[in-house]
Write a new protein. Structure first.
Length: 209
């Protein structure tokens, strides 16, 4: 990435972080994936109980591998035959790891969900929530954040999971009520009632969808 882009992204991240602070959340800027991993591991103490939704960005910075190989109690849904049990355990975790479908430049976080395990854990339950968010997810108002979630993130996720939704064929949202829709619940996180609960690492890289 050239210097001009880096400078612009640093300035944008500064603005997002100011917005997060004004909303009782904590923001960090990571210049690349390696730095994001270091910051995340500084935030999460060893022996913590950790759960997550299906967040590609968390995997992309190497955090899942680091937690599985370290001294952490990582709730790996893939190891649970009873997925509901894993989801219920997640609500009592020390940390829930997530990405965002979009974040506004003034710090509002937007997520959509089919099963709602992810958005419900973000909203309440786990003691802390740690978001890993690529700079590509920053939008300039709620409207554009919702459009990003429905026209970029959702169609890609629908294709990824082999779902039979209109967007998996057209690449954009058709506002469907398909049985397979992943747009069942929308969560707009505009303020955290609890200080020190929501932490966001903004990464100067394209992460996730
Ligand atoms: S509402 Fe339907 S078509 Fe639109 S993004 Fe969601 S799943 Fe796709």
């Amino acid at each position: 990435m050239n210097e001009v882009m880096v400078k612009r992204n640093e300035l944008l991240a500064e603005k997002v972080i100011e917005g997060l602070i004004s909303r009782n959340m904590t923001g960090y800027y990571a210049k690349d994936k390696e730095e994001a991993l270091k910051i995340a591991l500084n935030i999460i103490p060893e022996k913590s109980v950790i759960s997550m939704g299906g967040a590609m960005s968390v995997r992309e910075i190497g955090l899942v591998d680091a937690l599985k190989n370290g001294d952490y109690d990582f709730i790996d849904r893939d190891n649970y035959e009873d997925k509901r049990q894993a989801m219920l355990k997640a609500y009592d975790a020390d940390f829930f790891l997530a990405s965002a479908n979009a974040i506004t430049d003034d710090g509002v976080i937007v997520n959509i969900d089919g099963n709602a395990n992810r958005v419900s854990a973000i909203a309440q339950g786990p003691k802390k929530v740690l978001f890993i968010v690529g700079i590509n997810k920053v939008c300039f108002d709620i409207d554009s954040a919702m459009k990003r979630a429905r026209n970029v993130a959702a169609p890609i996720n629908a294709q990824r999971f082999g779902l039979s939704t209109p967007c998996s064929k057209t690449g954009t949202c058709m506002n469907c009520k398909s049985p397979d829709t992943i747009c069942c619940q929308f969560l707009i996180t505009r303020f955290s009632r609890h200080a020190d609960r929501i932490h966001v690492i903004l990464v100067n890289d394209n992460l996730g969808f």
